[in-house]
Ligand binder design. Structure first.
Ligand code: GLU
Length: 323
């Protein structure tokens, strides 16, 4: 009896110790994404889900945060508020080189890349009754160019400038989040909005399924911009993804890529774990969103301008993706 009690107590103590050890070892990491109707948010969730499946093994618990977008994510990862962020490849380039939004702050030296994800297009969605067909027709219109934390804003400004439009003088620019733009367009409060985003996505589905008819406007004549900004490339938006849209052919525009970034301060084993789970389960990952249709393990290493984090590099070398 006494022996049994002692054994019971010893067992309870051992279990408690094991439990608190496991608790102490769990590290919490957060992935910064974008608005919930974009592609970043479901992407962050897909990555977190893969990592959390092996929570016991890695001692890591990942959560996802909806944020203002790329620029917010770079800054939040740099100041330690987030461990990971999804960021446009063009903003990654600007941040590591201290350009555009980072001109006064200077190069973000601790910025590290992990992998690239889906392609994103500079999408210009307009009300059909506005008469806008191309970016050049935006003069005098009420246009959402995106909130300051978004990755949409600067590419929109770059394309407007390339089209000879000064966003401060030649149009009525709004600075709201992309997740709020579809209802403003439907309510007649804006004529058009820009969104750098993968396709298909919830925001454009929302914008194209209301009573007010909408179309994609083309973003053409960008040759000079492409020559001086190597991280943008020509792309097309497939209209087949949006049955309600008033276009009769696919839409010419420019775009870049979504990428996963982190900080040099995030431990190697944490970055290794996130990289391994996504790449080891690549086929499963690819099925999680239609925007990943063109992904290959090889093109997930293209478009990275910040140094690759050593934790990710360890995995790429192990599997021979990088020699
Ligand atoms: N590219 C957008 C941004 O950085 C976000 C797109 C998305 O959430 O899918 O603001």
């Amino acid at each position: 009896m006494k022996k049994g009690l002692l054994l019971g107590i010893a067992l309870a103590v051992a279990m408690l110790m094991a439990f608190s050890l496991a608790q102490a070892k769990t590290r919490f990491v957060t992935i910064g994404t974008g608005g919930i109707t974009g592609v970043y948010y479901p992407t962050g969730r897909a990555i977190a889900k893969m990592l959390n499946k092996r929570k016991k093994e890695y001692g890591i618990r990942a959560t996802v945060e909806s944020t203002g977008g790329s620029v917010f994510n770079v800054n939040a990862v740099m100041n330690g508020d987030l461990e990971f962020g999804i960021v446009q490849s063009d903003r990654q380039y600007q941040a590591i080189n201290g350009l555009a939004e980072w001109k006064t702050k200077g190069p973000q030296k601790d910025l590290r890349s992990i992998f690239a994800i889906h392609p994103e297009a500079l999408t210009l969605i307009v009300a059909a009754d506005s008469g806008i067909k191309d970016i050049r027709d935006l003069k005098g219109k009420k246009v959402n160019i995106g909130n300051p934390g978004s990755g949409t804003r600067q590419p929109a400004i770059d394309a407007l400038e390339a089209a000879g439009i000064n966003y401060k003088k030649d149009l009525q620019a709004e600075s709201i989040k992309a997740s709020e733009a579809p209802s403003l367009l439907q309510d007649g409060l804006i004529d058009a909005f820009f969104y750098v985003v993968g396709h298909p996505n919830g925001a454009i589905k929302e914008a194209t399924s209301g009573a007010r008819k909408v179309r994609f406007a083309t973003i053409t004549g960008m040759e000079k911009l492409l020559a001086t900004h190597p991280y943008y490339a020509k792309t097309v938006i497939s209209i087949a993804m949006y049955p309600g849209v008033q276009n009769d052919k696919d839409v010419e525009t420019i775009g870049s890529k979504a990428t996963l970034i982190t900080s040099a301060k995030v431990p190697d084993d944490v970055v290794y774990a996130i990289t391994k789970e996504v790449f080891d389960n690549f086929e499963e990952f690819k099925k999680l969103h239609p925007a990943y249709a063109t992904l290959t393990k090889e093109n997930m290493l293209e478009g990275l301008s910040a140094p690759i984090h050593p934790g990710a590099m360890k995995y790429y070398k192990e599997v021979g993706l990088i020699k």
